[in-house]
Design a protein around this ligand. Structure first.
Ligand code: EPZ
Length: 422
C-alpha cells in the first residue's frame, strides 16, 4: 500500500484545476445501462472508484473503454442483472446500479453494500423508492432482489432521519425515467451531482421537472438514447484545495471552484476570516499569506447545507484557528476517524457525541498517520501541509479513490510531497 510523505511548512502557490465530480460520474456510469446506445462521458476524474465502476459495468456485460484522458465510452447492449458481492462490497456507490438494472432488465440482484468506516450505510430509502415504483423487493442471501416486471410511475418521500439520500434519489430517478406514467419524488436530494445526473438523463430523452429542487416530477418515456455529457467540477475537491491553501498560508487559484455549489462552505470560511476572492463563476482565489483564522461553529446538513464530505477538512483547518471550534456531524454521526489521527499531529481535538471540539491555535507537528476514509485522508494532507516536519500518511489508496492525482497537483503547487510505493 502506497504512502504519502509530506514535508510541512511550505506555502502552496499557483493554480490548481479541479477534476470532474466523483459523486456525479459514478451514478452516470450506472445511467449508461439504461440504453443500448453509446454513452460518452467527458471530464471524468482519474480515480480508482471510476476504474472500479468501469470494471463492474464490464462484468455485467457492457463494453467500456477509456479512449483518452477523462473520456469514457459505455455501450450496454447485452447486460446481466447480477452485481456480485465481491464486486459491490468494495465500493458503496455501486448501489446505484439498482435503479438502472431494474429499469432495463425488469429485475436486479445487487449485493447489499455493507457498512464502512464512516458508519452504517442503510438502503431502506432505496428500497422504499423502488417499491413505490411498483417493484417487489426482497433481501435474500445478502442481496437486494428486485422484480420490476410491474414497474410504473409512483410517488415517494425520500427523506430519512438524516435528510434525503443522494444515491437513493439517483436510483429512483434512473428507474422512474423509463417507468410508464408519472413519478413524484419528494424530499429528493438537491446535491449538484444529482442535478447534473438529471441533465444527462434529459439529454438521453428523459422528461424531468424540478431539477435541483427537493421535488422531482418525472414523466416516464419508453426508451432512452445515447448521450455525450461532461461531468461538472467536483465541489468537494474544490473545497479541499481551498482549505489546503488556507492551512498552508498559500496563494492559490482554484479553477473549477464554483461559488454556486460551495455557498455553505464559503460562508463558514468567511466567518473564519479565511481570505478568498470569487474570481469568476468557475474560479476562487485564496491569498492566505497573512491569514488569521477565527474559530467557527458548523453543522453538516444535506445540500445546500455544509457538506459532510468537507467536515474532516474543516476540522483540520480549524486546528489553526485562535479559539474553540465546534463542528457537528448530522449526516454520518460516526464520521470522526480523522480525530485521533489529527491528535497524533498535536491537534487539541476531541469528539463529544456528534461534535468535534477543536482548541486552537495549535502548532501541528508531522507524524506517521493512517488514512482511514477518503475525506479523513484529505484532512491529514491539509494538516501535514501546515505541520512542522514530515508526515507519513499510510494507506493512501483511500485518497486515490476520490482525488485525481493529488500528489502531482500538490507538487505543481510547490508542496514537498513524495509518493512512496509499497
Ligand atoms: C453520497 O453517499 C456520497 N457518495 C457520499 O460521499 C456523501 O457523503 C453522501 O452522499 C452524503 O452527501 C456518493 O454519491 C457516491 P446518502 P450516499 O444516501 O448516497 C442515511 C464521499 O466521501 N440513509 O445521501 O450513500 C445514511 O446512513 C462519499 O465522496 C438512510 O438512512 O449517502 C446517511 O446518514 C462518502 N437510508 C444519510 O442518509 C438510506 O436508504 C445520507 O446518506 C440511505 C441513506
Amino acid at each position: 500500500m502506497d504512502s504519502l510523505l509530506i514535508k510541512g511548512g511550505v506555502r502552496l502557490d499557483g493554480e490548481v484545476s479541479v477534476s470532474g465530480a466523483k459523486n456525479a460520474c459514478l451514478p452516470m456510469f450506472a445511467a449508461a445501462l439504461l440504453t443500448s446506445e453509446k454513452c460518452v462521458l467527458k471530464n471524468v476524474p482519474d480515480l480508482s472508484d471510476v476504474r472500479f465502476m468501469a470494471d463492474i459495468l464490464s462484468a455485467l456485460g457492457a463494453v467500456v473503454s477509456n479512449p483518452s484522458k477523462g473520456v469514457w465510452e459505455i455501450e450496454a447492449r447485452e447486460i446481466s442483472a447480477f452485481a456480485p458481492y465481491e464486486l459491490v462490497r468494495k465500493m458503496r456507490a455501486s448501489i446505484c446500479l439498482l435503479g438502472p438494472l431494474s429499469a432495463r432488465l425488469k429485475k436486479a440482484e445487487v449485493s447489499l453494500p455493507g457498512g464502512c468506516v464512516i458508519g452504517a450505510r442503510p438502503v431502506d430509502l432505496h428500497i422504499k423508492g423502488m417499491r413505490a415504483l411498483g417493484c417487489s423487493v426482497e433481501i435474500e442471501r445478502g442481496y437486494i432482489c428486485v422484480d420490476a416486471r410491474k414497474m410504473r410511475g409512483g410517488q415517494v418521500y425520500l427523506g430519512g432521519r438524516f435528510g434525503s439520500t443522494v444515491t437513493g434519489t439517483a436510483n429512483v430517478l434512473m428507474a422512474a425515467v423509463v417507468s410508464p406514467g408519472n413519478t413524484l419524488i419528494e424530499n429528493a436530494a438537491c446535491e449538484p451531482e444529482i442535478a447534473d445526473l438529471c441533465k444527462m438523463l434529459v439529454k438521453m430523452g428523459a422528461i424531468i421537472d424540478g431539477i435541483g429542487s427537493p421535488t422531482l416530477s418525472i414523466s416516464g418515456v419508453p426508451r432512452l438514447g445515447g448521450v455525450e455529457h461532461s461531468v461538472l467540477p467536483d465541489r468537494i475537491e474544490a473545497g479541499t484545495w481551498i482549505a489546503a491553501a488556507a492551512a498552508s498560508r498559500g496563494r492559490v487559484l482554484v479553477k473549477g471552484a464554483q461559488k454556486r455549489t460551495l455557498g455553505s462552505f464559503l460562508d463558514i470560511l468567511e466567518r473564519a476570516g479565511c481570505p478568498f476572492e470569487i474570481r469568476s463563476a468557475n474560479s476562487i482565489y485564496v491569498d492566505a499569506s497573512n491569514i488569521k483564522l477565527r474559530p467557527v461553529e458548523a453543522v453538516t446538513l444535506p445540500y445546500p447545507g455544509f457538506p459532510t464530505d468537507l467536515q474532516a477538512q474543516l476540522c483540520a483547518l480549524m486546528t489553526l484557528a485562535d479559539g474553540i471550534s465546534i463542528i457537528t456531524e448530522r449526516i454520518y454521526p460516526e464520521r470522526f476517524m480523522h480525530v485521533p489521527e489529527l491528535a497524533r499531529m498535536g491537534a487539541q481535538i476531541s469528539r463529544e457525541g456528534p461534535s468535534a471540539i477543536i482548541a486552537g491555535k495549535t502548532k501541528l507537528s508531522g507524524a506517521p498517520v493512517m488514512a482511514s476514509d477518503l475525506r479523513a485522508s484529505a484532512a491529514l494532507v491539509i494538516a501535514a501541509l501546515a505541520a512542522k516536519g514530515e508526515t507519513l500518511i499510510q494507506r493512501i489508496y483511500h485518497l486515490d479513490r476520490g482525488y485525481d492525482n493529488i500528489d502531482s497537483k500538490l507538487k505543481a503547487l510547490g508542496a514537498k510531497v513524495e509518493r512512496l510505493k509499497a
